[in-house]
Design a protein around this ligand. Structure first.
Ligand SMILES: N[C@@H](CCC(=O)N[C@@H](CS)C(=O)NCC(=O)O)C(=O)O
Length: 208
């Protein structure tokens, strides 16, 4: 059945989905909407909650990036059979998304002075609060959240890439296990070729 992923031409909350689809060799149409012309009001109105990403399979439509990421990983060993491990990963991806809220807040802020202040807090406080914990969780488990590759590592790397692009930083540089993980994910078969083929991302112009 034809699979389509709709998002913008940035990584954000959707790159993990793209990575997993490429890593697990699933064919899909990678439809990228232009942020400069967004919103196309008619298209937006037809979306379940007015936002992207959406994932389409035949006549079925799914929104919410975490649900989509987990769904596209379902038939692979990126989702463990063990229920406790599944719960640990669910908890982990929500921790990662709690961190990601700070970038959403930054992107939504229109006042340049306030935006700079938000960036300072992210760089000087928020990153270390979360990444000291992610680093320890990974280091304690052989470089992965549950001792082997799962969908949660893809989520973490996608979110790191989004922060790095929007804020012009390199989050992973002070966290050696996280840094190794970024290298590992971006060199996985399928992912590596996809990255080589995609245009380099740059922070898009957001609506004023
Ligand atoms: N919780 C949703 C959030 C989706 C979301 O915030 N989408 C943003 C882009 S990252 C969007 O569509 N923005 C355009 C708009 O709201 O008009 C998810 O994780 O999928």
């Amino acid at each position: 059945m034809a699979k389509k992923l709709h998002y913008f031409n940035v990584n954000g909350v959707t790159e993990a989905i793209r990575y997993i689809l490429h890593y697990t060799k699933q064919e899909f149409e990678d439809i990228r909407h232009d942020l400069a012309t967004w919103p196309d009001e008619q298209f937006k109105k037809a979306l379940p909650f007015g936002q992207l990403p959406i994932y389409v399979e035949g006549d079925k439509v799914l929104n919410q990036s975490l649900a989509i990421t987990k769904y596209v990983a379902r038939d692979s060993d990126l989702i463990p059979a063990d229920h406790w491990q599944q719960a640990v990963l669910d908890s982990t991806v929500h921790n990662i998304y709690d961190f990601a809220k700070s970038l959403v807040q930054y992107n939504q802020e229109k006042d340049e002075t306030k935006k700079e202040a938000l960036k300072k807090v992210i760089v000087e406080e928020t990153v270390d609060f979360y990444f000291s914990r992610f680093e320890k969780h990974l280091a304690d488990n052989g470089g992965f959240f549950i001792g082997k590759l799962s969908w949660a590592e893809f989520i973490l790397v996608g979110v790191i890439e989004g922060f790095n692009i929007f804020l012009g930083i390199e989050i992973e540089k002070n966290y050696p296990t996280v840094k190794k993980l970024v290298e590992k994910i971006t060199h996985l078969p399928g992912v590596k070729e996809y990255i080589a083929s995609r245009e380099p991302y740059k922070a898009p112009q957001l609506r004023k």
